[in-house]
Design a protein. Structure first.
Length: 210
């Protein structure tokens, strides 16, 4: 498999981690300009009324462009407490919520300064949950990666109305509120973890057909 280039992601979606597992080398872009309304600072979970976006507010600088590695998190609002309450409300009855909640709670209590650092710590814990290697390599310059690298920085996006990565075919699994909604694909990895637990790895591997 060719190397893979990804953006940073806040509890990235199933697509993000399915691709991550299928590539031996994975680069994380730290020199791109921050893009709003992307998975860089948001994830989407499934609540009792449907999909719910959880957004990490960021400090707005004087310039319109901020390099992602320098982007700071804003704590002007109680977003951590509010997000955790939303997650508990959505997944308290899921099969594996109690198994993961203690480790995850720290991210809604401790305050990281930079978004990239925050996301990297989350990613490291997610790798521990799935018992896989944390193989992310930070770029040393903008898109400084091998020539044959597959660039999915913009492809894996909540803005994308259609999936242009045809190798990604999300495998269905039982979701909380499944009796109310049809299966909702490509939610945050949290949704998959809370519902499938140790089976998360297998679901991700079966979601990419190469």
């Amino acid at each position: 498999m060719e190397p893979l280039l990804l953006s940073t992601a806040y509890f990235g979606p199933v697509h993000y981690y399915a691709r991550y597992l299928h590539h031996g080398e994975v680069y994380l872009e730290q020199y791109e300009n921050f893009t709003k309304q992307t998975y860089r600072n948001r994830c989407i979970i499934l609540g009792g009324n449907g999909p719910v976006p959880l957004v990490v507010p960021v400090v707005k600088g004087r310039g319109s462009k901020t390099i992602i590695k320098d982007l700071e998190i804003s704590y002007d609002t109680e977003w951590q407490r509010n997000q955790w309450q939303t997650i508990v409300s959505a997944y308290n009855s899921s099969p594996y919520f109690e198994y993961y909640q203690d480790d995850l709670f720290s991210f809604f209590q401790n305050k990281s300064r930079f978004l990239l650092d925050h996301n990297m710590r989350i990613h490291e814990l997610l790798c521990d949950f799935m018992e896989v290697e944390n193989k992310l390599k930070l770029t040393e310059d903008f898109e400084s990666v091998p020539e044959n690298t597959l660039n999915l920085r913009q492809t894996i996006s909540p803005k994308a109305k259609e999936n242009s990565d045809f190798a990604f075919q999300p495998k269905t699994y039982i979701q909380v509120f499944g009796e109310k909604f049809d299966f909702v694909p490509n939610l945050s990895i949290l949704d998959l973890l809370f519902n499938e637990g140790p089976n998360t790895f297998d679901v991700l591997m079966e979601s990419v057909n190469l």
